[in-house]
Write a protein that binds this ligand. Structure first.
Ligand SMILES: [Mg+2]
Length: 255
């Protein structure tokens, strides 16, 4: 079977491994099953994710990493003028999509963009917000990596991409197309891999759970990240405190 595993709030909280997640992944590996790490966090490149996982004792290949930056890049046409606002992970995927990145020195420059691509950006400024807003008011498409309003640090919750997106919505009245979970671009990207027996493990019902539902695969909801209220419209196959227990439960069911 295929295992789709979220990273933030499931494998780690920011830079700290969630206890047992390395053992959980090792159990899946020893069962010989394929894994894809599916994250809405577009800050790191695939290579940087491999490095971060390795630093926590989890071996992974770049091909196993799927980010919201990759999903967003699927919506971009070669040669399209794109105002990319985000970190390495998003900008690298935009470059790989062969678009023309707009690097504005003025609001007039920003208005040259045909598309605004916004991801989590921890240096997001009023200038970035203004560039995005004038471009969108000028008719640019608005794409965002994800809607997650929060991000789980080790013990605190900080604003996520959704909070940045909300500032642009407030000023333009335009809602973006979201590429990451549970957006259509990510569903299409992962649909090619998902088979009859697939389990998505995530901490967010609204993103991971809805994503699993749209993919038509089972969902394991873990409590190691963001806490959310249950929602009867989103099916949950396994409810577990963490990744390790979710893996044990599924393997115990004979997969
Ligand atoms: Mg998560």
């Amino acid at each position: 079977m295929l295992w789709l595993i979220d990273l933030d709030g499931v494998v780690w909280r920011y830079t700290t491994l969630i206890e047992g997640s390395d053992d959980g992944i090792a159990l899946v590996r020893s069962a010989g099953d394929p894994i894809r790490f599916v994250t809405n966090n577009s800050t790191l490149t695939r290579a940087q994710y491999v490095e971060k996982l390795a630093g926590m004792g989890i071996a992974a290949a770049e091909e196993e990493i799927i980010t919201s930056g990759m999903a967003l890049a699927r919506c971009i046409n070669p040669g399209e003028r794109v105002l990319g606002i985000g970190e390495d992970g998003l900008l690298d995927e935009l470059k790989a999509a062969k678009c023309e990145l707009v690097v504005p020195r003025s609001l007039e420059d920003a208005m040259q963009a045909e598309t605004v691509a916004l991801g989590w950006y921890r240096k997001f400024s009023y200038v970035d917000m203004s560039n995005a807003c004038v471009a969108i008011r000028n008719g640019a498409r608005f794409l965002a990596t994800n809607q997650d309003p929060t991000y789980p640090l080790e013990s605190l919750i900080v604003p996520g991409t959704g909070a940045l997106v909300a500032s642009v919505i407030a000023s333009t009245g335009v809602t973006p197309e979201y590429a990451g979970k549970p957006g259509a671009a990510m569903v299409d990207l992962v649909k090619e891999l998902a088979g009859e027996s697939t389990l998505m493990i995530g901490d967010r019902l609204t993103t991971d759970g809805t994503f699993a539902k749209l993919l038509g695969v089972d969902f394991a909801w873990v409590a190691s990240g963001i806490e959310e209220e249950p929602d009867a419209s989103i099916p949950v196959s396994i409810k577990a405190p963490n990744l390790l227990e979710a893996v044990r439960t599924r393997l115990g069911q004979g997969r």
